[in-house]
Design a protein around this ligand. Structure first.
Ligand code: 5GP
Ligand code: ZN
Length: 151
């Protein structure tokens, strides 16, 4: 409960949530996404930021990243998920404005090395797609197991 909600229910809850704000500050020295320089950030809010992928799958491939160092999607707190969701929507709008050739997107998180994760700081891929960019796009993210993409 926040201060206001707790007061409204007559202060019956004595949990101290002030430590939560400290948790959001957690960074790791040797993590590339904890040390992104400000000039590479294309969008930002209080808990998350967006950068262009250095090795884009398609033009405007963007990464949405929580500021707190957490390994994967399932470690996120709900406010971080909300912050990332807002950035996903903002970035999608901006990208579509810049590039009208975009006709679709793949949105995805790799969770764990076995699922393909290479940077162990949570991030969501926003990958623009264009009509004809592959011969047969059917199945999309099912393509993580290439032989099962088309069904
Ligand atoms: P993962 O494989 O962990 O899901 O995705 C890591 C992503 O980070 C890859 O798409 C890769 O191209 C991108 N990447 C790796 N190193 C850097 C970097 O130094 N800067 C940026 N902007 N992207 C990076
Ligand atoms: Zn990190």
């Amino acid at each position: 409960l926040c201060y206001s909600c707790n007061a409204m229910k007559s202060d019956r809850d004595d949990t101290d949530f002030r430590q939560m704000n400290n948790a959001y500050e957690h960074r790791e020295n040797d993590c590339i996404f904890c040390n992104v320089s400000g000039d590479r950030i294309i969008a930002e809010n209080e808990l998350a930021f967006a950068i262009k992928d250095a090795f884009p799958v398609t033009d405007h491939h963007t990464l949405i990243i929580p500021k707190r160092h957490v390994e994967d999607y399932f470690d996120l707190y709900q406010p971080e998920r909300n912050a990332m969701q807002r950035l996903l929507e903002e970035c999608r709008q901006e990208i579509c404005k810049k590039d009208p050739s975009i006709t679709g997107f793949n949105i995805g998180n790799n969770v764990g090395e076995d699922a393909g994760q290479t940077v162990m700081h949570c991030h969501t891929h926003l990958i623009p797609r264009r009509e004809g960019d592959v011969d047969n796009p059917r199945g999309g993210v099912r393509g993580v197991i290439a032989s099962k993409q088309n069904y």
